[in-house]
Write a protein of this length. Structure first.
Length: 712
């Protein structure tokens, strides 16, 4: 619902999906008085009373009276924390006092309530447009546009948008990580000072803060009040949590700009990234708002997510038509629906040291082009996909030799190489046009339904025209993807970046899934996929079944653990199936058949995670939107210190309904089964299953079992 008609003109109350946002427009810039649980319908008197009731005692502030902490904090109002805007004209106009001039509230056809505020600073000759939206799913998001109204250039050094959190939020959760170990959670206390997370990789990053969460003490998957923030930007960015004796708490996010990177001439504007906020009781509700919003987008994948075989760990650079057609035959036999040819198909690309950028099919390896393989794959009823890495170039390539000026660099030197690569400067019109033409030509010549779009290095020392170049590079890749998708609207694109180093909501406006990690070791994937799912629904998370010997870690796992882990995502295969025995292929086919049966549930239902007191057991699952059906995974990641595990609770079920609970084949094999672990199962109320649970089976470490709950 929109703001009430009789509400004060300087107070706006937005409500959706159990969330209230109260915005005060009486000060210089908008202040969010409340972001959290629904306050109910408030008339003009009620809103005015809320504002009056929450005026802090004016004592101990840096200035007389209260300090206005707006969505874009200004030092001129007395705020001495991290400023919302940093910039100047050669040192002049370094401080702003924006004052709100006008505002409007509207509701979009999708049900999003949008507050638009226009503000200006006549002395600094700047204007600011702030857009604050509450989506139908209860997501709060903000974006700002700064415009220079003077002839003199304004150098923008940073723009930060903030969301308030109350003092009851005493703990923080964010993420670290590295290659093959992305999104590793870390928790700290939310104390006075600034917890600043800056990402300078030129891409979203393995170690991005990802979702920065503040919550009440001990918050968990299903309990505690939590407020989470995500900066939707695929280049350099920063996120912070800040608190002081007069600031109850702020979460903030924005782009991280290099010195001189954004210079606004007269009439020019800078638009910030969208910064998203999600509130909920427990991390599952917080995540559910992100998932529901993404699924409501018109471009969200609507067809069943096909079982995808990727050739990388099967053949690496050893491309051979006979070997690949045999692999395609084996893939089709176990139920694969998409076949993706990975790196090594173009130019002189026999290893990772050369030819990157030479996007022509190799005449040596593929004398008849890719047509024989494509025709064989599509003849088997599978879709054909192709690996590309358009933003990168090897110095040992025809492209780099012909256009050394197309490399992202400072004028005096090349950046240090990484994986034998440099970055192609897509802000150079010629480089952009070349990549667009090559990708368009490939998609026109071949019936390619899917691109695995890789990005295998950080942007180190990235310069364009003598200035920092990450901002322009990020905007260029967005334009490139937008233009390519307009030319080929039926092609799906995966965001892959050395695995999971480009995972954010803005790249996902242009892509159809992410490759969560180059590590497909099921033990590592249990954590990687769980925390990727905090932001992104399962159908957008690439999750493959690897060989019994994990290439990235050396671990060995049974097929059931590998397949049961990959089931909860967009399932695929990364394995030379010709090495698998007949029995193993039959087992794999059974897991793929289960995936095809349950993907409508997994890819539309609600992700849930039980709060288990024993850290060696992880219980997660998906409950259907109508709560008629649910599938849970019980993953053992170690050995318990206790003989008996805690009771198995199944979250998310209708407490007033009755459910038949039984093991789900082929994930029904356990080492020691409780009495109810039979095909007939046991029937219990949802309230009992969610709150009290039932006896858990005992398993050896690195095993997984599946449980199905069906409403009766």
């Amino acid at each position: 619902m929109t703001a009430a008609d009789d509400a004060p003109t300087d107070l706006v109350h937005l409500r959706a999906s159990g969330v209230s946002v109260v915005v005060d427009l009486a000060g210089a810039l908008p202040r969010i008085l409340h972001w959290g649980s629904d306050l109910g319908a408030l008339d003009a008197t009620g809103l005015a009373a809320v504002r009056r009731a929450w005026v802090p005692v004016p004592h101990g502030y840096p200035v007389d009276g209260g300090v206005e902490i707006a969505v874009l904090p200004q030092e001129s109002t007395g705020y001495l924390g991290t400023p919302g805007l940093v910039g100047s004209r050669g040192g002049q106009d370094f401080s702003t006092l924006f004052v709100t001039g006008s505002h409007g509230v509207e509701t979009t056809p999708e049900g999003t309530q949008r507050l638009t505020v226009d503000a200006g600073d006549d002395a600094a000759r700047l204007t600011l447009r702030l857009v604050l939206e509450l989506t139908a799913e209860g997501l709060l998001r903000q974006q700002a546009t700064l415009t220079n109204r003077a002839d003199e250039v304004y150098g923008l050094d940073g723009l930060l948008l903030t969301f308030p959190v109350p003092r009851v939020a005493t703990e923080l959760l964010d993420f670290s990580g590295r290659w093959a170990r992305e999104r590793s959670p870390q928790r700290t206390q939310f104390t006075h000072g600034t917890r600043l997370r800056e990402n300078r990789r030129g891409r979203t990053g393995y170690d991005t803060a990802y979702v920065l969460v503040a919550g009440t003490a001990g918050f968990a998957n299903r309990t505690g009040e939590v407020w989470g923030l995500h900066t939707a930007w695929s280049g350099n960015h920063r996120m912070l949590a800040e608190r002081s004796h007069y600031n109850p708490g702020l979460l903030g996010g924005g782009e991280l700009l290099g010195s001189g990177e954004v210079r606004l001439g007269g009439g020019e504007s800078y638009a910030s990234p969208w910064v998203y906020g999600s509130w909920g009781t427990g991390l599952d509700e917080l995540a559910g708002r992100f998932h529901a919003w993404m699924r409501a987008r018109p471009q969200h994948p609507a067809t069943p997510r096909p079982v995808t075989l990727n050739t990388w760990e099967a053949v690496y650079f050893q491309h051979d038509l006979d070997r690949l057609t045999a692999l395609a035959d084996a893939a089709a036999a176990v139920g694969a629906e998409r076949f993706v040819l990975d790196d090594g198909w173009f130019g002189d690309r026999r290893d990772d040291t050369r030819a990157l950028g030479d996007w022509h099919v190799s005449a040596d390896v593929w004398p008849d082009g890719l047509h024989p393989l494509v025709e064989h794959v599509t003849g088997l009823g599978m879709q054909f996909g192709l690996w590309v890495e358009p933003e990168m170039v090897n110095p040992d390539s025809d492209l780099a030799r012909a256009h050394p000026d197309w490399i992202l660099q400072v004028p005096s030197r090349l950046p240090r190489a990484a994986r034998h690569q440099q970055v192609l400067d897509l802000a150079v019109p010629g480089a952009y046009a070349y990549i667009l033409e090559r990708m368009d030509a490939l998609l026109t010549e071949y019936p390619i339904g899917y691109l695995k779009w890789d990005h295998n290095r950080d942007l180190v020392d990235a310069g364009h025209g003598g200035l920092p170049g990450v901002h322009g590079q990020t905007l260029a890749i967005y334009r490139l993807l937008d233009e390519l998708r307009a030319l080929h609207p039926g092609v799906e694109i995966e965001s892959c970046s050395s695995g999971g180093a480009r995972v954010d909501l803005e790249i996902l406006q242009r892509t159809d899934r992410v490759w969560a990690s180059d590590c497909i070791d099921a033990f590592e994937r249990q954590q990687i996929q769980r925390w990727t799912n905090l932001l992104i629904p399962l159908e957008l998370i690439g999750a493959h079944i690897g060989s019994g010997h994990a290439h990235s870690t050396g671990r060995r796992h049974e097929l059931s653990f590998r397949a049961g882990t990959a089931l909860f995502g967009h399932l695929g295969i990364e394995w030379d199936l010709q090495e698998a025995g007949e029995a193993e292929r039959a087992d794999l086919a059974a897991w793929i058949a289960l995936y095809k049966e349950v993907r409508p549930l997994l890819h539309t239902g609600t992700s849930v995670h039980a709060d288990v007191v024993d850290p060696v057991l992880a219980v997660h699952g998906v409950v259907g939107a109508d709560r008629q059906d649910a599938l849970y995974a019980l993953a053992m990641t170690g050995r318990s210190t206790d003989t008996a595990l805690p009771r198995l609770t199944l979250p998310g079920l209708d407490p007033d309904a009755s459910y038949l609970v039984r093991p789900q084949a082929p994930g029904d094999a356990v080492d020691h089964a409780p009495q109810w672990w039979t095909p007939e199962g046991v029937q219990l109320p949802g309230r009992v299953l969610s709150a009290v649970g039932l006896e858990a089976p005992l398993q050896l470490p690195e095993r997984i079992a599946l449980v199905r709950a069906t409403r009766v």
